[in-house]
Design a protein around this ligand. Structure first.
Ligand code: M1P
Length: 254
């Protein structure tokens, strides 16, 4: 049975969305049309987002009150979680890995990046988050144009793939998963702390269906695990406009 918390919704469903490429373009704000559509959807069904980024960045994209505008707000794959604007219990990457082992990992990563011969480097090569670290050879404070250039360069040279392979071999006993989800970086987190982690927070609500919308639903993409999880009905989208089109077909056609 669906909990009373969602008794006001017509459908006993939860609709979860990836952020970059699904609700907005990468690292950009969601459009006013998207926000309006989500508000309308929320009158019919429970809604939530599941982003890989940290909450600060997601709120820049979806609006500073997004933890209240969505029933569920999941950053860092659900390692930072809110329901109805209130924080839920979360876990930490550093506790899982341990300070000493983490120091070895991050030192190796920084040395490796220092030795990389790439067209440009900016800053913030390792971003330490609550539930993961994010590693970027070009650095996280690259501009949008620099991001696009790096993405194209990496497509040709497979830099991130090679980097991940080396880390997998070198730190095989760490129990870590590496996920190339965005344009300039990859995420590193304990096995199982992919986006399916967010489902732990919703499974007791008794939703009849949990839908997930994402753009990187292919194997190796950071939406793959939650998209293919038996607890969800997955939808692959090619852009935020595509998300809107599918939502309109699913929920707003009489
Ligand atoms: O949401 C997808 C990814 O978005 C960002 O990746 P990038 O900066 O490489 O485009 C990061 O926030 C990453 O953690 C996240 O998985």
């Amino acid at each position: 049975m669906v909990s009373d918390a969602f008794a006001d919704r017509k459908f006993k469903k939860l609709v979860l969305f990836d952020v970059d490429g699904t609700l907005s373009l990468a690292r950009q704000s969601a459009s006013p049309e998207m926000i309006a559509l989500l508000r309308d959807l929320r009158k019919l069904s429970a809604i939530g987002f599941v982003g890989g980024s940290d909450m600060v960045k997601i709120l820049e994209q979806l609006g500073s009150n997004a933890t209240e505008e969505f029933d569920y707000a999941f950053a860092e794959n659900g390692l930072t979680a809110y329901k109805f604007g209130k924080p839920l219990e979360s876990q930490s990457f550093i506790k899982f890995v341990g300070e000493e082992r983490y120091k070895k990992l991050v030192s190796f990563i920084l040395h490796y990046i220092a030795d990389m011969d790439i067209p440009i480097k900016r800053g913030t090569f390792v971003e330490f988050r609550n539930g993961m670290i994010n590693v970027s050879p070009i650095g996280r404070n690259a501009t949008i144009a620099e991001r696009l250039d790096f993405q194209a360069y990496d497509k040709e040279h497979g830099l991130r793939e090679k980097f991940v392979k080396i880390l997998q071999e070198k730190f095989a006993d760490y129990g870590l998963t590496y996920s190339i989800g965005g344009q300039i970086s990859f995420d590193v987190f304990p096995h199982g702390w992919d986006k399916t982690y967010a489902l732990n927070h919703v499974q007791d609500e008794g939703f009849e269906e949990i839908h997930f919308f994402g753009d990187k639903t292919y194997k190796g993409g950071n939406d793959y695990e939650i998209f293919s999880d038996p607890r969800t009905i997955g939808h692959t989208v090619s852009s935020p406009a595509d998300t809107q089109r599918i939502l309109k077909e699913m929920f707003f056609q009489s």
